[in-house]
Each structure stands twice: as C-alpha cells, then as structure tokens.
Write a protein that binds this ligand. Structure first.
Ligand SMILES: [Zn+2]
Length: 268
C-alpha cells in the first residue's frame, strides 16, 4: 500500500487555495505528525457516504449571530473535549466588521502558538460558522485562509485515511477516513462569496474544521477499532473536565452508543 508523507511539499500548487483568497484561512491538526495513505480497507464505503450525503443537511434555519455572540476576549483559549461548547449549534455570520477581523487575527495567533494548522471558532468558545487555517502552520509562511459560513457542494468518491490530531484533544492522534477532495462555497473575511475545490491536506483540514462547525468531533468518524486505541485518553479528558468544572461530563465515551455507520458527510 503506498504510504507517503502528506505535506505541502508534495501537494501540487493547483491543490492549494488560489492566491486571491484573503490573507486568512483555518485547521487544527498538529503539523508534521500526519501521514496519509490510500484507503484500501475502508470500513465506511464511499457508497454509504454518498447515500448519507444525499440526505443532506439543512442550513436554511441557521440563526444569525448577534454582536454578543461574536464578543470575545483576547487571548483566546482552546476549548477542550468534553466541553459542551464543542457540540453547540454555530450561528451564521452576517456582519463583516472590524470585530470579525480581530477575532480572526486572534484565532490565527492561538493556532500558531499551539502548533495547529487549523482552528474553528467553537474551539475558542465562539459558536459561529468561522474557521481559519494555514496548512504550513507558520506565521508568514503558506497561505492564511479564512472561511465564513462554509458549505460543501461536492465530495469526491475517493476516500483516504489520515492520522488526525485536534487542538481540543491534546496529544491524541488517530486515523480518520474522509473524502480526498471537496468543492466548497464560503464567504471571505470581507463577506465576498467564492467557490473553491480543495484536495489533499487543505481538503483534510477543511473537512475537520467544517465538522466542528456542525458539532461533529473527529472521534465521531473513527472506526470502533481505532476508537479503542484512544478510549483511555478520551476518558482522561472527561475526568479532567469533571475535576476542573465540578460538573459531570456532558458525554462519556464509555456509554457512547455503538454506531453501525459513522456520521455521514452532509451535502449542504
Ligand atoms: Zn479539531
């Protein structure tokens, strides 16, 4: 089975976002630790994913974020599993003002400081449809991409496995299968609409962050076998949350219902 390091170095320039994307873009994988390989042992078939996609998600009822919803205090802090903020509904943004630009700057700041390559707004406690990423993960290098109210129009049939990490799950890495490429619609930091095709690492980062905007976490997409390898780590995070908040964990991996089919990829 071909295995190769999935780095920007081997991604063709055409796979990268076009240069006219605004200076910001978003994702939360840990750099340099990830490998990708073609999936030949897919537990979740492409057909199953497509049938899920046909069901679709409805975004029409999305509430619009108020200025209070977009209020933040710097420096931002990363929200960790199992904080219920990560499962809350994320509101649509329709104010493209200075506050939004500041929020995006702060998100890039915390993303770089924590060695991430992507970050979604709910991960910093702001429940709105906003993500930023830079697949290179270094300020001043690569392309900073900002996506507001993103939607997926199309997923590739080809599925790939990739060893993902998430800033909301410190030090946890595990394989997740996702479509290799996606076609998306979004608005940029100024509110301008655009469409773009992403493949490779940018597509992977986008899909991981897009899941955050739907309240889906990466372990929701892992096979039971993969999940077994990180169960103890998830429980440790649940215990940490309980110790810190003195509240019962809002979800527990131990009592999670076994799913026959993983969460689908919804076409919006
Ligand atoms: Zn994440």
């Amino acid at each position: 089975m071909p295995t190769h390091l999935f780095t920007i170095a081997n991604a063709s320039p055409s796979l990268l976002p076009p240069p006219n994307w605004s200076r910001h873009f978003l994702f939360c994988f840990n750099r340099l630790s990830s490998t990708a390989r073609l999936s030949s042992t897919a537990k979740l078939s492409a057909a199953a994913v497509r049938s899920q996609a046909k069901r679709g998600f409805s975004f029409k009822e999305d509430e619009v974020a108020s200025p209070a919803d977009l209020h933040f205090e710097a420096p931002l802090k990363i929200v960790e599993y199992p904080d219920p903020i990560l499962r809350a509904k994320n509101k649509r943004i329709d104010m493209f003002d200075e506050n939004l630009k500041k929020l995006v700057d702060e998100m890039f700041d915390v993303m770089y400081k924590t060695d991430g390559i992507g970050l979604s707004a709910p991960q910093v406690g702001i429940n709105v449809q906003l993500m930023v990423f830079n697949p290179v993960g270094e300020p001043g290098e690569g392309e900073e991409i900002v996506l507001v109210n993103p939607r997926v129009n199309k997923y590739s049939k080809k599925m790939v496995l990739f060893n993902e990490g998430c800033l909301s799950f410190p030090r946890i890495h595990a394989d997740v299968e996702r479509p290799e490429s996606v076609k998306i619609d979004a608005r940029d930091i100024n509110g301008a609409r655009f469409t773009v095709n992403l493949s490779g690492l940018p597509a992977r980062v986008f899909q991981h962050e897009f899941d955050h905007l739907q309240g889906i976490l990466f372990f929701d997409r892992m096979t039971e076998e993969v999940l077994d390898s990180i169960r103890g780590d998830l429980q440790a995070l649940e215990n940490k949350y309980e110790d810190k908040t003195r509240l019962p964990s809002p979800e527990r991996i131990e009592t999670r219902k076994r799913k026959n089919v993983a969460v689908g990829f919804g076409k919006s």
